[in-house]
Design a binder for this molecule. Structure first.
Ligand SMILES: [Zn+2]
Ligand SMILES: [Zn+2]
Length: 397
């Protein structure tokens, strides 16, 4: 199993789910499918059950659908933190179905924009739903809504979770938020650019000793010093530096550029792992459970597809969690167009790449027709036999 680092003891678990991880604009290209195309939205459930939403990008629509399934007509209460007012962080609001049900209650937290003045977020709601931009009138949003203004360095508590807000370096401002739950600390620092010493220091203070630190990794280190300098975003390398200096345990690279294909993000993750032990590339559907002495990461599995029951012999090469190369013969099970389940004696690393060479189905070895795939590890579970690992992979090519 993947064992990201976690210190301290706790019997309770905080659960962090990624519903949108893409920066700037949603993407629907096939090439960005694996990490996902929805704009920022995270769900954090504190150990006591209090629900937090971090940002309202297009991922919020999907979260709303999920909640509607789970809660039905029961009431929902949640605390929604909006980091700033750029489109990619608010565009999911009109499509969040729980806002249209009178039994629900939402508390919104954001800052007073110098461009909007008082009740900034409330004004964003009104503007987004004004004619002719949206067909539904604001009055249809029947859920109770409460708006709180947060200022730089504010600290407050919600049902036992301590929250700290820090302004980050981003055009028109952006908040980073720290959530100290009884199971551990999560810091959400999207949209920020390094280079302003006072704000760089503030980010390090916000991230200090965090169990999970989510940081903007939109650009490459090269872009950040050249063509994208001053655009308000960061790189995996800058994130690694903050993580090292602030004593962070797990770093999550977030806010992927809309032009970053899955392969580019794979490369970014590979580079980052050379410099920092426990780093993850945010992926739509990824869930991080924080507690019980460690962080557990669960990746989204394949999204259906044509399933073919069968046992195809295959040779798999890859790297273990300790970074050792391995090769072994196995069989592919639960083969779909997108992925497969395999049982291995080795335990590859989550979000690492495996090479799979397979005899083509139906070919009894007559003319050595081999199929070659690259697989990306999305799931690790104990296998049916002792010392075996059940490895879920999605095919990348
Ligand atoms: Zn953004
Ligand atoms: Zn922004």
């Amino acid at each position: 199993m993947a064992e990201p680092v976690r210190s301290g003891m706790s019997n309770k678990v905080a659960k962090l789910s990624f519903w949108g991880v893409r920066g700037s604009t949603p993407t629907v290209d096939r090439a960005t499918w694996r990490y996902g195309g929805n704009t920022p939205c995270l769900e954090l459930v504190a150990p006591d059950g209090t629900q937090f939403i971090l940002d309202c990008g297009t991922g919020l629509r999907v979260l709303g659908k999920r909640w509607a399934e789970i809660h039905g007509t029961n009431s929902i209460e949640a605390h929604i933190f909006v980091t700033h007012y750029h489109w990619d962080h608010i565009q999911g609001i009109p499509f969040f179905s729980p806002l249209y049900a009178g039994q629900n209650r939402f508390h919104f937290y954001s800052f007073r924009s110098e461009f909007l003045g008082r009740d900034s977020l409330k004004q964003v709601f009104e503007a987004q739903m004004a004619y002719p931009y949206f067909p539904v009138d604001l009055s249809a949003m029947s859920a109770a809504r409460q708006f709180s203004e947060v200022t730089d360095r504010d600290q407050f508590e919600i049902n036992g979770t301590r929250i700290t807000a820090r302004m980050l370096n981003h055009p028109q401002g952006c908040f980073g938020f720290r959530f100290e739950t009884s199971a551990g600390t999560i810091v959400y620092a999207t949209d920020n650019e390094p280079g302003v010493p006072k704000l760089d220091q503030s980010l390090r203070e916000l991230a200090a000793d965090a169990d999970i630190f989510i940081n903007d990794a939109q650009y490459t280190p090269e872009q950040l010093t050249t063509t994208r300098k001053g655009w308000g975003h960061s790189s995996w390398l800058a994130g690694v530096k903050v993580a090292q200096e602030a004593g962070v345990r797990n770093l999550v690279l977030f806010h992927h550029d809309p032009d970053s294909t899955d392969k580019i993000v794979d490369g970014v993750l590979r580079d980052a792992r050379q410099k920092f032990e426990s780093v993850w590339a945010a992926s739509e559907g990824m869930v991080m459970s924080l507690g019980e002495e460690r962080v557990e990461v669960i990746m989204p599995t394949t999204r259906g597809g044509l399933r073919q029951e069968g046992h195809f012999r295959a040779r798999v090469t890859g790297y273990t969690e300790e970074g050792r190369a391995f090769q072994e013969e196995t069989v592919l099970r639960d083969l779909t167009l997108q992925g497969a389940l395999i049982y291995l004696n080795h335990s590859p690393r989550l979000q690492s790449e495996l090479q799979v060479t397979m005899e083509s189905p139906g070919d009894e070895g007559q003319n050595h027709n081999h199929l070659r795939f690259r697989g990306y590890v999305v799931r690790l579970e104990p296998g049916p036999e002792k010392d075996q690992t059940a490895v879920g992979i999605v095919f990348t090519e």
